[in-house]
Ligand binder design. Structure first.
Ligand SMILES: [Zn+2]
Ligand SMILES: [Zn+2]
Length: 396
């Protein structure tokens, strides 16, 4: 899928113009897995909206139907990488082991189905998120919960993802929002949790602005990289500083090993958090599920940014959990796309330089032809960062 590639999903698709939802579901079922059913036999079991982090807000209806006797589902399109006819309990077990990613309604459906068919419709409809209310906290992997919080961030993003990681004890990563109602929402989600520490990925205000509130509320400490601690002086008091590579083991089921990795480039004191058991990388602003990462010198440094990306790609990383936008499967390929994209830009910037362009603004007009003029100010910062890298490498 274009949206959330690498995720497990049920057969489905978009409505054709003026098409009835049941007719659509039956059509997709036939097109994707070759099963023919009577649309009137479909039972509606929920209507879900994509969470607030998403640039594309889907309004999706879910239906149950019985597989007609003698028929066996099989993948009949090349829209998907892979497909299987699997027992719901086995699919939930795969999710619990961190082998698969799925969107909240899919996981919810699998869990309900795994409990048996009796009363399944009622169970599926029993949560507010199955009735069109956006879900406030998303179980992305066992003990890795994403909470999209509205923040004054860079468009097209409108939210920053706060992550709550752990079981018996949790670490809260980037309690980001300065807004009271968003802080209250996070308070409610953390109500019955034992908070070990608050961790900050970097200094930017759209990542740290709920830290003081949470610290006061719960009497917990804030940890960040020493550079971030210094840069936040007078804004947020950091109680403990990270050592690059430090490890925190969190107990519970299935257990978590969080490693702190210094990844400068976007910000000097930037860190990523790597959960070693199933390869989840909480990326902060090293990468994003939507929009671009701004490399703005002198805080930003392009060559260091490249190094950080390469260092993360060398880890046994399976999925990326960004601060903005949805989680990305197929982590290594995604990081490669980032590197390729920047290299391509850099080659064009170098070519423009060789044609005699010297002003960053003029280079932007030559190179960023695919980017809206409103974003040209930021693109100019990136050009400056690329030129700095080219200069350091002795190429200009
Ligand atoms: Zn940032
Ligand atoms: Zn950010």
């Amino acid at each position: 899928m274009i949206f959330q590639g690498g995720f497990y999903a049920f057969p489905g698709g978009q409505l054709d113009l003026e098409e009835d939802a049941r007719v659509c579901a039956a059509r997709e079922l036939f097109e994707e897995i070759g099963i023919r059913i009577d649309p009137t036999t479909l039972v509606e079991v929920g209507r879900w909206l994509t969470p607030a982090f998403s640039p594309r807000r889907f309004d999706t209806r879910f239906f149950l139907t019985k597989c007609p006797p003698g028929e066996e589902p099989r993948l009949v399109t090349d829209e998907h990488d892979f497909g299987e006819w699997i027992r719901p309990g086995d699919a939930v077990a795969k999710w619990m082991e961190g082998q698969i990613l799925s969107a909240p309604p899919v996981l919810h459906a699998l869990r309900c189905l795994a409990e048996g068919l009796e009363g399944v419709e009622t169970r599926m409809m029993a949560v507010p998120w199955a009735n069109g209310e956006p879900i406030p906290a998303i179980d992305m992997r066992p003990g890795i919960v994403l909470v999209p919080l509205r923040t004054p961030t860079l468009p097209p993003a409108t939210h920053t993802n706060c992550y709550v990681v752990g079981g018996d004890e949790v670490v809260v990563i980037d309690p980001a929002s300065p807004y009271e109602e968003e802080q209250a929402l996070l308070d409610r989600i953390l109500e019955n949790q034992n908070i070990r520490e608050i961790w900050l990925t970097h200094l930017h205000r759209d990542h740290v602005s709920g830290a003081n509130h949470l610290k006061q509320q719960r009497g917990v400490k804030i940890a960040a990289h020493p550079i971030t601690a210094r840069d936040l002086e007078g804004v947020v008091t950091v109680d403990r500083t990270f050592v690059d590579g430090e490890r925190l083991e969190l107990r519970g089921k299935p257990g978590w090993n969080l490693r702190v990795l210094h990844t400068p480039g976007h910000a000097r004191g930037h860190v990523c958090l790597f959960e070693e058991k199933n390869g989840s990388l909480i990326t902060g602003d090293l990468m994003a599920g939507l929009g671009t990462i701004v490399i703005d010198p002198p805080e930003g440094h392009m060559a260091t940014y490249f190094d950080s990306l390469k260092r993360m790609q060398a880890l046994p990383v399976t999925a990326l959990f960004p601060a903005h936008g949805p989680v990305m499967a197929d982590a290594k390929a995604k990081i490669q796309q980032y590197l390729d994209h920047r290299m391509e830009r850099e080659a064009k910037i170098l070519a423009a330089w060789q044609r005699g362009y010297r002003e960053p603004g003029a280079i932007v007009k030559e190179v960023y032809t695919d980017v809206q003029p409103a974003m040209h100010g930021l693109a100019e910062r990136s050009v400056i960062a690329h030129l700095e890298k080219l200069r350091e490498e002795g190429r200009i």
